[in-house]
Design a protein around this ligand. Structure first.
Ligand code: IPM
Ligand code: MG
Length: 362
């Protein structure tokens, strides 16, 4: 097994270092190799996704990714911005299925801005299509308008598009995932306005017939955004396109009050995957040693489960994280009265200690 370790920018380096510490105490055989990505790679090699980094990612079974981006790169040409690294990895590795769980940890119920009764026990799985839609649709660019409200004016445009196989395969991923959970899928679209999403809705409905044991409903994206804050527990598996999934997954993550806790996985059809925390590079707290490494550590757990076929290692990591939370340790983002505030490194050390203790006592 080979793992590509791509820490990236901002807090990425700090949190990935803690996840690597955890990997190292598992007593498993795998190779790890690190490479630069994002702004860090741009500084060193003039490109956010250098050839060597892409090659390493391609030849690995899994990629453990930190975060990319910093405001200081906002003025660069788009192809050189840090975000292009993650988009390039998704595209080149064909990582079309993005799993973003939004789970409310019982001990962190008070960290949410919603009332505890609304989110206590919350466990949503957002499945976001990740290689299509307006993110990657061609053509796109700037030009002089030939029609529209202001012919002759400068304009910019992107293309929203989905092909049948793209929708079919992500729908199947969602129905399969639902079978392992509460057997409910909500497909989120904008079929009332957009041709692309009427097509999406029709195809998801068609594929749904292959899964008569799974209940399927459809919701417009604006209503879904509203229902997520009104009654989030009504959702189980949510499947949607790239753009809507980007927005709804941030909303769902924040509902739990603990975006610093949420892992994510992006898989291709051969189960090769990229694993990253749901949060970003947080340049405002980078280098201070206060970031929460748990989302990255939990992403490593997902990596063992989905790409490396080591469910037992995943269980060990997840149960160690639960033990650490139960012991009252908290990083600043999830800290509340009566808990002990710790930094990034102490949190990583505590997870390592919980794993080694379990290994010794069996
Ligand atoms: C995400 C991020 C990315 C996206 C950015 C960094 C390109 O917001 O993973 O959700 O828009 O997909
Ligand atoms: Mg996003």
């Amino acid at each position: 097994m080979k793992i590509a370790v791509l820490p990236g920018d901002g807090i990425g380096t700090e949190i990935v270092a803690e996840a690597v510490k955890v990997l190292n105490v598992l007593d498993l055989k795998f190779e790890m190799e690190s490479a630069l990505v994002g702004g860090a790679a741009y500084e060193a090699h003039g490109h956010p996704l250098p050839e060597a980094t892409l090659k390493l990612a391609k030849e690995s079974d899994a990629v453990l990714f930190g975060a990319v981006g910093d405001w200081k790169y906002d003025k660069l040409d788009r192809p050189l911005r840090p975000e292009q690294a993650i988009l390039g990895l998704r595209k080149n590795l064909g990582l079309f299925a993005n799993f973003r769980p939004a789970i409310c940890y019982e001990q962190l119920v008070d960290a949410s801005s919603l009332k505890p009764e609304l989110i206590s026990g919350l466990d949503i799985l957002i499945i976001r299509e990740l290689t299509g839609d307006i993110y990657f649709g061609q053509p796109r660019g700037r030009r002089t308008a030939v029609d529209g409200h202001f012919p002759g004016a400068e304009e910019a445009f992107d293309t929203m598009r989905y092909s049948r196989p793209e929708v079919e395969r992500i729908a199947r991923v969602a129905f399969e995932a639902a079978r392992k959970r509460s057997k409910r899928v909500t497909s989120v679209d904008k079929a009332n306005v957009l041709e692309t999403f009427q097509f999406w809705k029709d195809i998801v409905t068609e594929i749904g017939k292959e899964y008569p044991d799974v209940e399927l409903d459809h919701m417009y994206v604006d209503n879904a955004a509203m229902q997520l804050v009104k009654a989030p527990k009504k959702f189980d598996v949510v499947v949607t396109g790239n753009m809507f999934g980007d927005i709804l997954s941030d909303e769902a993550a924040m509902l739990t009050g603990s975006i610093g806790m949420l892992p994510s996985a992006s898989l291709n059809s051969s189960n090769q995957g990229l694993y990253e925390p749901s949060h970003g590079s947080a340049p405002d707290i980078a280098g201070k040693g206060v970031a929460n490494p748990l989302a990255t550590i939990l992403s490593a757990a997902m990596m063992f489960r989905f790409s490396l076929n080591q469910a037992e290692a995943a269980d060990r990591i997840e149960s160690a994280v639960k033990d650490v939370l139960a012991s009252g340790l908290r990083t600043g983002d999830i800290c509340s009265e009566g808990t002990k505030r710790v930094g990034t490194r102490e949190m990583g050390d505590a997870v390592v200690a919980a794993i080694t203790k379990k290994t010794i006592t069996g």
